[in-house]
Design a protein around this ligand. Structure first.
Ligand code: ZN
Length: 149
């Protein structure tokens, strides 16, 4: 692939990532409006040195809910009343909305749609990692700025 085409491809991936992230954020607002809990999306780095997440585009966003929890509350009392009274719950594949949620079926559907978008985003991120690594790898062998031959 020529350098120009590689740049085009990278630009397109970034654009697709932007679109997916906007769509995910939109879904998150919809989900937040349907669940009686605080919900938070988190971005993560995986720790692999060659991954695109090391250069700014992190993984996720993964969705968590904060559910009032007796055990957490008891621990808080032991610690003298400091800290959260809520348990962090990952709204991933195995998540089942608890009893009492107004529209558990709707929430589950939204979470499924969201998961598909995050999966698509992960694929793009993987492709980006591969392409960027190739570009970065190639640039190590060219006499760029700062390199003395
Ligand atoms: Zn990563």
């Amino acid at each position: 692939m020529t350098a120009e085409r590689t740049q085009d491809l990278i630009a397109r991936i970034y654009r697709d990532l932007d679109e997916l992230e906007a769509e995910i954020a939109r879904l998150d607002r919809e989900i937040q409006g349907k669940v009686p809990l605080h919900v938070k999306a988190k971005w993560k780095r995986c720790g692999k040195p060659r991954c695109a997440c090391q250069r700014g585009r992190k993984h996720g966003p993964y969705l968590y809910a904060y559910i009032p929890d007796e055990e957490v509350r008891a621990k808080r009392r032991e610690k003298g009343g400091r800290g959260s009274t809520r348990k962090e719950v990952y709204l991933g594949k195995d998540f089942t909305p608890p009893e009492g949620w107004a529209r558990p079926q709707e929430v589950r559907k939204l979470l499924q749609a969201r998961r598909r978008l995050v999966e698509r985003r992960e694929k793009l991120l993987k492709a980006l990692s591969r392409i960027e690594e190739e570009v970065l790898g190639a640039s190590r062998w060219t006499a760029g700025p700062g390199r003395k031959g």
